[in-house]
Structures are given as structure tokens and as C-alpha cells.
Ligand binder design. Structure first.
Ligand SMILES: [Zn+2]
Length: 477
């Protein structure tokens, strides 16, 4: 079965292929940098990372643009409260976002587009809309007249035909009941940050930002546009109205939306006290890998119930996978190959691929790997593994990790523990190997005091040593 995605626009599962050559032109709505990004948003960004990695696994090249909204209502209010310029205010949270994304191992998109650096293309887009008769001005602000776009509502599948033309909405975020002509350019009020344009001094609305930047980087028709479900209306509906009014062509061919995240079965909210940023979770002592795993393990179109039990279970799951990897690399095996074991490895990859191709069904793909690891641990116990089977099995883990990226412990693991525990210091793999070699030599020359000392040093530095009949195995705690 080929790769297919559920398209919000058509409400159908569709086979995916890019419009031109082998490159996937993709746009995803990035963060609004007025605060630290919470893990609900990181669920969506993690889904997009899995999407990127799977497209690449399937042989496509990526041309992915993500915007950074660095001017909007909330930013202006917060920056004023902090007595900072919006540049200074957003710089901190932009950096925080990319630091967090890196800790979650989210690949950076090919292009990151801050809104304030692209005002020119937005002004041009508004001028094109004006020339096509889709806009009007009221009190210095410009609005998109949705009556000029009869297909309005086709993404959210709402019937907006009864909407009164001329009723306007100025805020960037609103709900269906509030569907009205939306703002493209906001006239400057008081001392708000503003840009001078032929249609007056002001700033862009949020929706025109994405339409204009997406088309300027990727052309009139994108392959994929993705975001969270909360963006379907009004944001993405408005993007379609703007872009298609300008080009007369479909704006995006596949619309992919990630569902909400709940915490312990409740909606995440500051008032309920269950609002978490990535930083909160790291400070509580959780590692980035199980957080990434938990966010990725539930298929993106299902609601994700984020629980601390689930986070602990994810930690255990990763440990089991790492233990299997360690066993694979350290167990001494008889030469040759066992065809049955080899075929089981190939089967695991086929099942993993089938799950991922099915609209990124990560749960199904992971289940195939767990079943495989169980079977292979049994095969190792029963001495059915041969030397060459090692490479087939390593390939299975490599395929898994090319998408989920959880097997290698974070560099920060040790230093972060050091910060909270006060005793552990980071140590590189090669330093560990050097210590282990020194310890082997010490034992050979019957210098047991030095051997014990090295074990203590390594244990202090979060490494566990195990003396087995096949030699020394080690892993990070
Ligand atoms: Zn957007």
C-alpha cells in the first residue's frame, strides 16, 4: 500500500504524491513567541517532525517553511507590560522555542520565516487582494470581504452562506459563531509598533502572514499544509480564502491537522494548574526522549491523553529498546546466519512501514517493533541468533530510530542531572571506553583497588557497568 494521508479538505484518506518532481513543498504554522510554548503545541510540532522524517524515509526531499509569529495582539500587550520592544521581547521566546525544539530532537525546517522580516510580501499580497476587489477599508484597517469567496468554509466544512457582509472582526482568533470579514491590515493605535505602507501605517493580521509567506517561498500551490486542529477555523480557512483569491489555484493539496492534547484526561489550562511547558517537565526530572516518545506514539489524529504514568511507561519502553540494542551489540554469537531470524527482521520493517504509510499510524508501527523485540529476545535466550543476524536486527532499530529518534540518550541527560542532583558530570562515550579498558588492564594485573575505583568513578558519572561472560557491557543510567 502506498503512503496516504487523511486530508481535512476532502475528509478522505488519499494517496500522497508531490505535485512537482520529488520535492515536498510544505508549510506549517509555527509558534507565536509571546511565552514559552506548552507541550500541547509541542505535540503538533512533534507530529510535523515525524511527518518530515517519514517523507524523507520514503525518498522525498523537503522544502519546508515554518513561520514565527513575532507580532500580534498578545505580543504587543506582553511586551508593553514588560517595558520592552517587541523585538527584545520576542527574541527571548524565539530562542527558547528553538532550544526546546532541539531538545525534543525536532528537525529545523528548511526555512524559518519571522513575520516581521516579511512585511513586504504581506503588503504585496494585500495589494493584490485589493486589486481583485476582495477588500475594503474601515477606520484605517483593511478587511477581507468573505462574500467575494463563495467557497469560504470548505476546509472547516461549515456553511457560512448566511453571513452578513460588512460585519467585521479585528482579533486574530475567534470561533465559528464569530465568522465575519477578517482583518488583513490593522491601523496603528496609540504607540503600537507599525510599518508604513501605501494603505497607511499599521501591522499585518495573523492570517495574511501565513498566506503571503507560504506563497512567496513555495509558490501558489503547496503540497502539504499542516497545523493543530484549532487552526482549521478561522486561521486556515482564512489562509485559503486569501491565497486562492490571489492565485485562482488550490492553495494546498493536503491539509493535515493534529488533534489536541489533554493532561490526565483534562483540558490543559492555567486555571486548572495542569499547564506544562517542556521546561516544566524537564525540571521535574523527566528526560526529553520519553516526552518525545509519548508525544509521537499516539497517532496524530487521535486525542492524546498525556499522563505522568504514561511518561514513566515511556521511559521503561525506551529502556527496553536500549537494553535490546546493547544485547545485540555485546552478545557473542556463533558465526553464520539463521534465515528464520533474518526473515523475522525483514517482516518487522515491512510492518513498521505499513503502519507509518497508513496516515502515520505510529501506534501500529511501534507495536510491530515491540513484538519483534520480544521475539528476538527469546531467540537470543534460545541461542538461535547468529553473527550475521546482528546486522538485520540493527537495521530494524535504525529504521525505528530514523523516525522516532529515542535510542541515543540526550547529551544533556548527565549535565541536567548534574544541575539537579549536584553529583553527576557528563562523560563522553570514548571516555567511558577508555576507563573500561583501563579497568580491564587493572584487573589483569590484579590491581583490584584501581578496578573498583574506576567502577566507582563511572557510576558517579551515570554509567552502569556489567561484567558478563562476553566482557564488559555498559550503559547510561
Ligand atoms: Zn499560519
Amino acid at each position: 500500500m502506498p503512503l496516504r494521508f487523511y486530508n481535512t479538505l476532502t475528509q478522505e484518506l488519499e494517496v500522497f504524491h508531490p505535485l512537482h518532481d520529488n520535492t515536498v513543498r510544505m508549510y506549517t504554522c509555527g509558534p507565536t513567541v509571546y511565552n514559552f510554548v506548552h507541550i500541547g503545541n509541542f505535540r503538533t510540532f512533534t507530529f510535523q517532525d515525524i511527518l518530515r522524517r517519514w517523507l524523507r524515509y520514503r525518498g522525498y526531499q523537503l522544502d519546508h517553511v515554518m513561520n514565527v509569529t513575532d507580532v500580534d495582539d498578545k505580543i504587543i500587550v506582553n511586551a508593553a507590560k514588560a517595558k520592552k520592544s517587541i523585538e527584545d521581547y520576542t527574541a527571548v521566546f524565539t530562542k527558547a522555542f528553538f532550544d526546546d525544539a532541539a531538545r525534543l530532537r525536532l528537525e529545523p525546517p528548511e526555512h524559518v520565516a519571522p513575520a516581521t522580516k516579511h512585511i513586504g510580501v504581506m503588503v504585496k499580497a494585500i495589494e493584490e487582494l485589493a486589486s481583485k476587489g476582495c477588500t475594503y477599508t474601515s477606520e484605517g484597517s483593511m478587511y477581507f470581504r468573505i462574500a467575494t469567496f463563495p467557497e469560504y468554509g470548505k476546509l472547516s466544512h461549515n456553511d457560512f452562506s448566511g453571513i452578513r457582509s460588512g460585519a467585521r472582526v479585528d482579533v486574530d482568533e475567534y470561533d465559528k459563531a464569530d465568522a465575519r470579514d477578517f482583518v488583513l491590515w490593522k491601523a496603528q493605535k496609540d504607540n503600537e509598533p507599525a510599518w508604513d505602507t501605501p494603505f497607511g501605517s499599521g501591522r499585518p493580521g495573523w492570517h495574511i502572514e501565513c498566506s503571503a509567506m507560504a506563497m512567496s517561498y513555495l509558490g501558489e500551490t503547496l503540497d502539504i499544509h499542516a497545523g493543530g486542529v484549532d487552526l482549521i477555523f478561522p486561521h486556515h480557512e482564512n489562509e485559503i480564502a486569501q491565497s486562492e483569491s490571489i492565485s485562482g489555484k488550490p492553495f494546498a493539496r493536503y491539509w493535515l491537522h493534529a488533534e489536541h492534547l489533554h493532561i490526565e484526561s483534562q483540558k490543559m489550562s492555567k486555571s486548572l494548574g495542569n499547564f506544562y511547558t517542556l521546561r516544566d517537565l524537564l525540571e521535574m526530572g523527566y528526560q526529553p526522549e520519553p516526552i518525545r516518545y509519548l508525544l509521537a506514539s499516539v497517532p496524530y489524529r487521535k486525542k492524546l491523553n498525556f499522563t505522568f504514568e504514561g511518561l514513566k511507561a515511556a521511559t521503561k519502553t525506551i529502556e527496553r529498546l536500549r537494553d535490546f540494542e546493547l544485547r545485540l551489540t555485546t552478545t557473542k554469537l556463533p558465526t553464520g546466519t539463521n534465515e528464520a531470524v533474518s526473515e523475522r527482521s525483514h517482516q518487522a520493517i515491512r510492518e513498521f512501514e505499513a503502519g507509518m504509510d497508513d496516515d502515520l499510524n505510529t501506534a501500529e508501527a511501534l507495536a510491530a517493533i515491540f513484538e519483534y523485540v520480544r521475539a528476538m529476545n527469546t531467540a537470543l535466550d534460545e541461542n538461535q541468533f547468529r553473527e550475521e543476524n546482528r546486522w538485520d536486527a540493527a537495521r530494524v532499530l535504525e529504521v525505528l530510530d530514523s523516525v522516532f529518534d529515542i535510542l541515543k540518550p540526550s547529551e544533556q541527560t548527565a549535565s541536567q542531572n548534574g544541575a539537579s542532583g549536584g553529583r553527576q558530570v557528563a562523560i563522553s562515550d570514548s571516555e567511558v571506553e577508555a576507563y573500561i579498558e583501563e579497568r580491564v588492564q587493572a584487573k589483569k594485573s590484579r590491581n583490584f583497588a584501581r578496578a573498583d575505583e574506576i567502577r566507582a568513578v563511572l557510576q558517579e558519572k551515570v554509567v552502569l557497568l556489567e561484567d558478563t561472560k562476553d566482557g564488559v557491557r555498559w550503559k547510561r543510567k
